[in-house]
Design a protein around this ligand. Structure first.
Ligand code: 5AD
Ligand code: SF4
Length: 440
């Protein structure tokens, strides 16, 4: 029996994956497939997977097990993304009802792979050797939001941090030309997008293959595209973070007042073991650059607790770094040993309960830091980008340029449209959100 030309896709993991799924949807639709919103309705079920931590990987296999019985109804299952690239053919053994496995560097082969699937091939694979030079660019990205959209500027990663699976799942670093990035930004602006996010595993390691623009110059050029009101970029690596990025934010109004700069640990010793290529002091130097900007720029970070050999003193240094910097958000994770990475050969020495204790301590400390940081906004007027409406609370849901959630009421009964921008006076603050009222 051939594949019914309907598909369902579920995405796990980071924004790179979310955007890859938009490109996969666009590609499938251009091949004559129709996207449906439930597994039950679909002929082809796709999971775009993440393997950053073991938990993320387990989710995928649990999901596959949940729907195993549906294979009997003639549905086909495909695994895409990072778990696909990492596990390869082994997925067919672990989940025999899967008939397609495709890593992120092979999506451009999807049309050919779909033809094989339709012809009844039970084991279709697209797994690159990670030496690819190609980016996955397509004319047919199916963007899920008509106002905010992603633009990939660099794929892959050459940093090889000791804990991280990304260089193995997403391959070597490859940048798009500034010209093609700008073309996409202009096209988006022409079709009504006002908010773009430049994406890359190490977005600031960007190197224009045509040699025309630095990362800061590209940021500036995207920020100057007519119609674009907000530009964000994630994720930055501290080693490649340079003062000209801060100067660009200062100079170009559309560049958002927000830098996400993962620190991972506050201990220089642990940073060395992680192969991060910067010390605590060098990280703090970059924070000082950001803090010296004319505009108040919010800073957010990622941290890992319980890296092999992390002592209580090392962990204390991470806590003291949080105090010293005053981040506006911290994404904290327990170390999870990943296949292929250098850290897998280190003993995962910190017991699970101890990792949990450190994680909880860190989050409690950060919550108090955020409570006071968010409180500073009370009384200010800030621009909120409208994202939706919370009917239960009767509040508009918005986002500030610093990437803070701003829930607000309006004096008019007419709800402001998603994608519009309104000035809001902040009246109340919580550790993770602000509350206010729109001002005319
Ligand atoms: N274990 C725990 N956290 C990890 N991260 C990346 N790899 C691991 C791992 N093996 C975290 C880092 C990174 C974020 C996206 O995920 O903090 O910045
Ligand atoms: Fe997960 Fe990393 Fe793959 Fe993103 S790139 S989906 S975070 S493993």
């Amino acid at each position: 029996m051939g594949v019914t030309k309907t598909f369902y896709i579920e995405t796990f993991g980071c924004q790179m994956n979310a955007h890859d799924s938009e490109k996969v949807v666009g590609t499938l639709v251009s091949e004559g497939y129709r996207q449906v919103s439930t597994v039950e309705e679909a002929g082809l079920v796709l999971y775009n997977t993440c393997s950053i931590r073991d938990k993320a990987e387990q989710k995928v296999f649990n999901r596959l097990a949940d729907y195993k019985k549906l294979e009997k109804q003639g549905k086909k299952f495909g695994v895409l993304g990072c778990v696909a690239q990492q596990e390869g053919d082994k997925i067919f053994e672990r989940a025999p009802y899967v008939s397609m496995v495709c890593g992120s560097a092979s999506y451009r082969n999807l049309p050919a792979m779909l033809v094989q699937l339709e012809a009844g091939n039970r084991r279709v694979t697209g797994l690159d050797d990670r030496q690819t030079d190609a980016c996955f660019e397509t004319e047919c990205t199916a963007r899920t939001n008509p106002h905010r959209g992603y633009i990939t500027i660099i794929e892959g990663c050459d940093k090889f941090c000791a804990y991280c699976v990304v260089p193995y799942t997403r391959g070597k670093e490859r940048s798009r030309t500034a010209e093609s990035v700008l073309r996409e930004a202009r096209q988006m602006a022409d079709s009504g997008f006002t908010d773009v996010q430049l994406l890359g595993q190490n977005v600031n390691s960007y190197r224009d293959p045509s040699g025309k623009m630095s990362f800061a110059e590209l940021l500036t050029a995207v920020g100057e595209v007519n119609g674009i009101r907000r530009v964000r970029f994630t994720t930055s690596h501290p080693r490649d973070f340079t003062p000209d990025i801060v100067a660009a934010i200062d100079a170009v109004p559309a560049l958002c007042d927000h830098v996400h700069l993962p620190v991972q640990s506050g201990s220089t010793r642990v940073l060395g073991a992680m192969a991060r290529e910067y010390s605590r002091e060098e990280y703090l130097e970059r924070v000082a650059w950001v803090r010296s900007a004319k505009r108040p720029i919010s800073m957010t970070t990622d941290t890992i607790v319980g890296f092999p050999g992390e002592t209580e003193e090392d962990f204390e240094q991470t806590l003291s770094l949080l105090d010293e910097v005053g981040f506006d958000a911290v994404f904290a994770f327990k170390f999870s040993p990943r296949p292929n990475t250098p850290a897998i050969s280190l003993q995962d020495s910190i017991p699970e309960e101890e990792k949990s204790r450190r994680l909880q301590m860190l989050m409690d400390r950060q919550r108090e830091i955020q409570r006071s940081r968010y409180a500073r906004h009370v009384g200010q007027i800030m621009e909120a980008a409208v994202e939706g409406f919370n009917s239960q609370r009767g509040q508009v849901i918005g986002r500030s340029t610093q990437n803070k959630t701003v829930n607000f009421t309006t004096p008019h009964p007419i709800r402001p449209a998603p994608g519009s921008y309104l000035p809001v006076r902040i009246t109340q603050s919580f550790p993770n959100s602000l509350v206010g009222e729109a001002v005319s």
